[in-house]
Design a protein around this ligand. Structure first.
Ligand code: FCB
Length: 482
């Protein structure tokens, strides 16, 4: 064995036996068939059909037509060799108006998916809510009203009793921060409302829905492993100046602590309660007993991580420019009084998100230190790039391979540091409807030709298949590191 072989061997990092490899998708982003078999409209149907809301006027009407191509997609998963597949159930397929008895044909679709997974030895990981709220419930107040949490609990009961122990892992909510703060705060997601007080109320009612669903899931499926998926980030201050440190803390409060604190510590962070005290209805909707429900024990935490963030206080934009940063001109939440910085030298994805995998390690270590030691699954991680099919008919997405390698290596760093990470899911199996970006951003390890629906595996698919097979990843530092 020559030196080079030795070096590359020592750089191969093995994951613990049983580490769970998977990919993730979400119902509205891939299923299409929005009117099939009694499905009712969701807030994303309404929003995507609102002129100007989504890039190019794109909608999820057809998407990847997964609803009709489910067997083909199951075969792709088998070819990839994943141990688990994370998908979401479209609430309006099960209850077209968000209440009342189950639409059996809707349940049948997910039964077929779950059976198809099991017959291929792939563990179903089911997200109960990935943003497609039945429109009827939005018309009655959506996540700003308490009633929606109660409706959610009823819906969960229907799904849990139907699919039961055939589903390995249950995720109550996907990224409640996006549902509340992007949907009701800045209006860049459905239902497209811009009201900070409503966003804060939605924040609470989503977590309440999670809390109400837990005993129902546990009763219906005693063997169920239950968790929640949060999109979390690592916010660094642009300098050590106390104003910048405080700005990073506010950003952290809004994105991370407003969710981690109630779920794991049974309380909302005091600084955030004070910050939103004048936004009505805001957190005044919290009732006695809610936080006990929200903080019931979980079997795992799902973490979605995409990019790090560096911020300064809004008053210190000039100093940040002098220090060499590019400074965002506007901010999505003016009330937080901060400015996001672009770190010089860092690469970015087609979403314009900075690439810095070490942020994931930092985040995971912090979750363990400050919040919980329950098993963690990375339930989403991945990147959009400007992929294309080359003249030879290949999609050679080496930039995505590099991104995945760096981030999987960062997960390994966290495991080395003693964090209990038990699995990793690539976002996403398929190119799909990327919310307000429509079909302009491709996250898949499988190329989808819209709208013919033809699938073509990318280079990253082959790379991930090999990674899964060997249960190792080559050591990598972030290409974006400075
Ligand atoms: C996450 C969403 C997922 C996908 C990725 C890119 O916020 O959960 O549906 O859009 O971002």
């Amino acid at each position: 064995m020559n030196n080079q072989d030795l070096n590359s061997k020592s750089l191969n990092r093995r994951f613990p036996p049983g580490f769970l490899w998977g990919t993730a998708t979400a119902s509205y982003q891939i299923e299409g068939a929005v009117k099939a078999d009694g499905r009712g409209p969701s807030i994303w149907d309404t929003y995507s059909h609102t002129p100007g809301a989504v890039w190019n006027g794109d909608t999820g009407d057809v998407a990847c037509d997964h609803y009709h191509r489910v067997d083909e997609d199951l075969d792709l998963l088998a070819e990839l060799g994943v141990g688990a597949y994370r998908f979401s159930v479209a609430w309006p397929r099960i209850q077209p108006t968000g209440k009342g008895p189950a639409n059996q044909v809707g349940l049948d679709f997910y039964r077929r998916l779950v059976d198809g997974l099991r017959s291929r030895n792939i563990e179903p990981t089911l997200t109960l809510y990935h943003w497609d709220l039945p429109q009827q419930l939005e018309d009655e107040g959506g996540w700003c009203v308490r009633d929606t949490a109660e409706r959610f609990a009823e819906y969960v009961d229907l799904v849990a009793r139907s699919l039961g122990s055939d589903v390995e892992r249950w995720i109550t909510l996907n990224e409640p921060w996006c549902s509340s703060w992007v949907g009701y705060g800045i209006g860049r997601h459905a239902p497209g409302i811009q009201d900070i007080g409503m966003a804060a109320a939605a924040n609470h009612h989503l977590l309440l829905a999670h809390g109400m669903a837990l005993p129902i899931l546990r009763a219906a499926v005693p063997s169920a492993k239950v968790g929640i998926t949060l999109n979390l980030g690592d916010h660094q201050p642009g300098s050590e100046h106390e104003l910048d440190v405080a700005a990073a803390r506010r950003a952290d409060g809004n994105l991370n602590r407003l969710f981690l604190e109630p779920v794991f510590h049974g309380q909302y962070p005091q600084d955030m309660l004070a910050h939103y005290a004048t936004s009505k209805p805001g957190f005044s909707v919290v009732q006695d007993g809610d936080l006990e429900l929200i903080s019931q024990p979980l079997d795992f935490l799902g973490v979605n991580y995409y990019f790090p963030s560096t911020v300064v206080d809004a008053s210190r934009a000039k100093e940040a420019r002098v220090a060499g940063y590019r400074v965002a001109l506007t901010e999505q939440f003016p009330d937080l009084h901060l400015r996001s910085l672009e770190t010089p030298g860092r690469d970015r994805t087609a979403m314009d998100w900075e690439i810095e995998a070490s942020g994931l390690t930092t985040l995971l270590v912090r979750i363990r230190d400050e919040y919980t030691t329950v098993p963690i699954y990375i339930t989403e991680n991945g990147a959009a790039f400007d992929d294309y099919v080359d003249p030879n008919g290949h999609v050679l997405d080496f930039n995505r391979v590099a991104y995945l390698q760096e981030h999987i290596s960062a997960v390994h760093d966290a495991i080395d540091a003693g964090v209990n990470v038990q699995g990793y899911f690539v976002w996403s199996l398929l190119d799909n409807f990327e919310w307000s970006y429509g079909y302009s951003r491709r996250f898949g390890i499988v190329w989808v030709d819209f709208p013919s629906g033809t699938r073509l595996t990318k280079e990253s698919f082959r790379w991930y298949r090999d990674t899964i097979q060997s249960n190792t990843v080559e050591y990598a530092t972030s290409i974006g590191s400075t």
